[in-house]
Design a binder for this molecule. Structure first.
Ligand SMILES: [Cu+2]
Length: 212
């Protein structure tokens, strides 16, 4: 059993789970209380048969086989949207001043990936003003999950009144619509992109832009 305490370095209300769905660049801190013995620690790749296997040993006992069935992985994993921000990580409730659409698109035949139908560096910057509450509305129009990352800010998942987890990377699932809110309190030119490096290199990136 894992107890998730933080995601992307930000504290959450602790949640117990058997497994967690992790996208590229997402981070989860988990506390595990181990018994006496040898235990499998398994990372299973979504949509593939491959998996990584490590052995955690606290005592004697037979090591489990690296191909043994791990029944914890048969259950639905914990998702970031299941988590709640701890009090110290909450964003104060406020209506967004701006809502920016982030349509995630692509074409597997040509292997191009896009934000708002544009392919980086041929992008339309996301121009905002300082000291605003901004909502990014991710709309995944593809069949693949995209771990979307914003530099320079921590956003909250969903409406801030619901105290969703505070993160800098979120896995947007196929055909999911997901709103994230943040404050423009760190002026600069900030890359926002899919953290699947193949997708980023094929165009799935843009720039959030504002000055003091
Ligand atoms: Cu992607």
């Amino acid at each position: 059993m894992l107890t998730v305490t933080h995601t992307d370095g930000q504290p959450v209300t602790p949640r117990r789970t058997q497994s967690v769905l992790v996208g590229m660049a997402e981070r989860y801190d988990c506390v595990v209380t181990l018994g006496d013995g040898a235990f499998p620690l398994v990372a299973s790749a979504e949509g593939k048969d491959d998996r990584a296997f490590a052995l955690v040993r606290t005592g004697s006992g037979r090591a489990p086989s690296s191909t043994a069935n791990v029944r914890e992985l048969d259950q639905r994993p914990l998702l970031a949207t299941d988590l709640q921000a701890a009090e110290s990580a909450r964003l104060s409730p406020r209506r967004p001043d701006r809502t920016l659409s982030m349509k995630l698109g692509g074409n597997m035949q040509r292997y191009v990936w896009t934000i708002n139908d544009r392919r980086y560096p041929d992008h339309e910057p996301l121009v905002v003003s300082p000291n605003q509450r901004v909502r990014l509305l991710f709309e995944n129009a593809t069949m693949m999950p995209h771990p979307m990352h914003l530099h320079g800010h921590f956003f909250t998942l969903g409406d801030p009144a619901r105290n969703g987890a505070r993160k800098d990377t979120v896995l947007v699932l196929p055909h999911q619509r997901l709103a994230v809110d943040f404050d423009t309190d760190n002026p600069g030119q900030w890359l926002t992109h899919c953290h699947n490096e193949y997708h980023q290199a094929a165009g799935m990136a843009s720039v959030l832009s504002y000055r003091r």
